[in-house]
Write a protein that binds this ligand. Structure first.
Ligand code: FE2
Length: 194
C-alpha cells in the first residue's frame, strides 16, 4: 500500500435520504441557520428584526456526509433553503469566500434558485434548477438564493481544505442583492447597497 501524507477514508457509498431527500446517508454534521444567524446580511434590517421576532424561522439547513473537511478529501453536503423573502430580498445563505483558493461544484436537486458570486469587483448570478451544475472558481465568494416558492435544494462538492470565510462577505458584500421582481413573480438583481 502506498504511503499517504493524509490517510484516505474508506471508499463510501452515499445516497440521498430522508422523506424529502434533504440529507445524505450515511449522515454527517447537520448545520441549521435560523433567521437570527443572518444578522447584518439583509438590506432591510427592520424586516429582518421582525422576522427574528416572528418565530425566528429556519432559513436553511446544510446536511453533510461523513467525508471529513481535510486536505485531499472531497466532502459533500445538501443545502435546503426555505422559500421566502425579507423586505423583498429572497432567502439566502450567509455566503462565504474560500480562504484557501479552491473551486467548488453545485448541482441543483429541486426547486428554483441561483448562485450569486462576487470576486470583489465583478458579480455573476447563475440560475439553478434540477440538473444544473454551477462551477464556482477560486477567489469568488458565493451565496445561494431561493428564488422560487418551494424549498430550493442543491448538492455541493468542495475540496476539504477550502474553508469558509463568512467575514469576507460582511466586509465586501456580494455585489448584488437578489430581490423579488415587481409584481411578485421572479427575481431581479439590485445593487448591493440599500
Ligand atoms: Fe464554498
Amino acid at each position: 500500500m502506498p504511503e499517504y501524507a493524509t490517510q484516505p477514508v474508506r471508499p463510501m457509498r452515499i445516497t440521498f435520504g430522508g422523506a424529502d431527500r434533504s440529507v445524505l446517508e450515511p449522515q454527517g454534521p447537520l448545520l441549521t441557520r435560523r433567521m437570527s444567524d443572518l444578522d447584518g446580511l439583509f438590506a432591510d434590517g427592520g424586516a429582518w428584526t421582525a422576522a427574528v421576532a416572528d418565530g425566528d424561522p429556519v432559513v436553511y439547513q446544510v446536511a453533510c456526509s461523513p467525508v471529513p473537511e481535510r486536505p485531499t478529501d472531497l466532502p459533500q453536503s445538501v443545502t435546503t433553503i426555505q422559500p421566502g423573502a425579507v423586505g423583498g430580498e429572497f432567502h439566502m445563505t450567509k455566503g462565504h469566500m474560500h480562504p484557501v483558493p479552491q473551486g467548488e461544484i453545485y448541482l441543483g436537486l429541486s426547486g428554483q434558485g441561483g448562485v450569486l458570486m462576487f470576486d470583489g469587483e465583478r458579480a455573476e448570478f447563475i440560475e439553478m434548477a434540477e440538473g444544473v451544475i454551477a462551477y464556482i472558481p477560486p477567489n469568488w465568494a458565493h451565496r445561494s438564493v431561493n428564488t422560487g416558492t418551494e424549498p430550493y435544494r442543491f448538492l455541493a462538492v468542495y475540496p476539504g481544505d477550502a474553508g469558509h470565510d463568512y467575514g469576507w462577505v460582511l466586509q465586501h458584500g456580494m455585489g448584488h442583492r437578489v430581490r423579488r421582481a415587481a409584481g411578485g413573480s421572479g427575481y431581479r438583481l439590485a445593487p448591493y447597497a440599500g
